[in-house]
Design a protein around this ligand. Structure first.
Ligand SMILES: NC(=O)c1ccc[n+]([C@@H]2O[C@H](COP(=O)([O-])OP(=O)(O)OC[C@H]3O[C@@H](n4cnc5c(N)ncnc54)[C@H](O)[C@@H]3O)[C@@H](O)[C@H]2O)c1
Length: 286
């Protein structure tokens, strides 16, 4: 083993929803470690920004305008990627979306939109891309971007959380089905990563400037996140590069939390004076 085991030189990656946020960070991160990247993104302007980040690192980029909730568009995006690069080594199923509402206020249309974007897109992209990886006979890596909401109850995010939980189990099953081809399948479970998407949930729609390299450290965040700050897209990119590289050659079927410790904390928060920890219930009783 040596430092070159982290490199992805000349590998080809598809990253879905990579015009902003976590997908953009992962696309740029894979390029920084040597991969060429297919940007599958619905917004052409955002795709151009990501293409610029990839090309500025000396790597090739193919931006394919794709609505990832449309399985026909997914299949033609993968075909175009295969024609253009002739190989595929990495697939990052990042695209996803959420509308916050109590379950009883959600319409059937809303359930189906969640399922199309968060789950059917995962199935369709995996089904379309994996045969090219198999025929390359060099193995490969699939990284599914799930969420901390896959691991805990998520009031007002019920359908989204159910989709993300399904994603983590699909990850485990695919890890077994694809093991004989040397294709490893893992998931990320991020929590509060500074992206246009999460800002949109908290404050309403926001434009898409590149988020800061380190997330904010407001008082609430400092108390909730053991590492004391929001996550950044680079925090997610680092984990994705690791999982795609030979450094993770014996890692498959796992869901890796990228959350500064929030999944581990499970209800513990920092005391308001910063001295030690308390369970949220103790605070309510005080
Ligand atoms: N940001 C977080 O804190 C967080 C936490 C947990 C999980 N996640 C997951 O990470 C993934 C990315 O989240 P984000 O916060 O970076 O999102 P984001 O909204 O900041 O960026 C998403 C990107 O996907 C694109 N996109 C949206 N719909 C699309 C479609 N139908 N087809 C193609 N592209 C589309 C958007 O244009 C945008 O460029 C999602 O799966 C989300 O559920 C995010």
């Amino acid at each position: 083993m040596g430092p070159s085991d982290i490199l992805l030189t000349d590998q080809v990656a598809i990253v879905t929803g990579s015009g902003a946020g976590i997908g953009q960070g992962i696309a740029a991160g894979l390029a920084a470690f040597g991969a060429d990247v297919v940007v599958a993104e619905i917004d052409p302007e955002r795709a151009r920004v990501t293409a610029g980040l990839i090309e500025s690192q000396g790597r090739r980029c193919l931006a394919v305008p794709t609505d990832m909730s449309d399985t026909e568009q997914i299949r033609s995006m993968v075909d175009e990627a295969q024609r253009h690069f002739g190989r595929l080594d990495i697939l990052v199923n990042n695209v996803g979306g959420v509308r916050q509402a109590p379950f009883l206020d959600q319409s059937e249309r809303s359930w189906r939109r969640h399922i199309d974007l968060n789950l059917i897109s995962l199935f369709a992209t995996t089904a379309a891309a994996t045969p090219t990886m198999i025929s390359g006979a060099k193995g490969g890596s699939i990284v599914n971007v799930a969420s901390i909401e896959a691991l805990r109850a998520a009031p007002e995010f019920a359908v989204y959380a159910a989709c993300k939980a399904a994603m983590t189990n699909f990850t485990r099953t695919m890890a077994l089905e694809l093991a004989e081809h040397g294709i490893r399948v893992n998931a990320l479970a991020p929590d509060i990563i500074a992206t246009p998407g999460i800002r949109g949930i908290i404050t309403g729609p926001v434009p898409s400037p590149l988020p800061p390299a380190r997330g904010r450290s407001s008082e609430g965040v400092t108390r909730y996140v053991p590492l004391g700050r929001e996550g950044s897209i680079d925090d997610c990119a680092g984990a994705a590069v690791f999982l795609c590289s030979a450094m993770a050659r014996y890692v498959t079927g796992v869901t890796l939390s990228i959350d500064g410790g929030t999944a581990a904390s499970a209800g513990w928060v920092r005391r308001a004076d910063g001295r030690g920890w308390q369970l949220v219930a103790e605070q309510a009783d005080a």
